[in-house]
Design a protein around this ligand. Sequence first.
Ligand code: AHR
Length: 316
Amino acid sequence: MKILITLALALLLISCGEKTEENKRLTIGFSQVGSESGWRTSFSESVKAEAEKRGIELKFSDAQQKQENQIKAIRSFIAQGVDGIVVAPVVETGWKPVLQEAKRAGIPVVIVDRNMALDDDSLYLTRIASDFVEEGRKAARWLMETTAGQCDIVELQGTVGATAAIDRMQGFNEVITGYPEANIIRSQTGEFTRSKGKEVMESFLKAENGGKGICAVWAHNDEMAIGAVLAIKEAGLDPGDDILIVSVDAVPDIFKAMADGDTNATVELSPHMGGPAFDAITAYLNGQQDGPKLVTINGGLYTQETAAEEYRKRTQ
Ligand code: AHR
């Protein structure tokens, strides 16, 4: 009898131990670019909400647009022995050494949103991202259809060295090359922020005879498009009419601007990448090591026609 009780107790202890391991609360470090745009803020909020829903302890670090801060954050996550790391890199280059450190520590890394230029794909588990080249193509196709391919365009680029800027520019240029009467007449970075977008647009307007020669603004994100709206209004022109505006992100503010007739089109970039990133880490920790190296999230193009309704839906 005594032996049976001891055996039962031992089995109970083993099963409790297993349960604790299975239900172990994951700790995940998330290195975010910053809070340069409304889209970025939605992205951070979405990742935090997803972590909370799943009972994940999220260590969130805002790099304020500086790669050196991201590298410090990743090193600190490694030192804390997190179960996984999610990184939204500010620029593409310069990540190999710190990812090698994570690999040596046995910590899986998921890249979200912008890309990292790496020659060794064993340094990360997967990347969850939009096809930024296609976003640029979608914006250009809309503009070429709307203007019958005759348009002098000014371009507000995103952060220099960031995939979202490099690839959107590539996709847009690819399409307009097919239209001999479409030209990018000025192009400069507005760093993905509203204030810089406005400042650069002001300089474009000055340089282009108060804006008279400008047919359209191609802004790599909504935030800079809204900056451009402010600059165009201050210059006494009517944005969305005198000068067309097409951008990327599909944040609520741009739907409001489109509903008011101030901008014309936006391509959606979903901010909901936290779920697939956590899924990949969990699957890896459960022994699945052969997942895809890229998970693509795509969005459509929206125009003024549905803007008021979309704004209502997204702000309710
Ligand atoms: O990397 C994605 C881009 O970064 C978004 O389009 C922009 O709003 C953000 O700052």
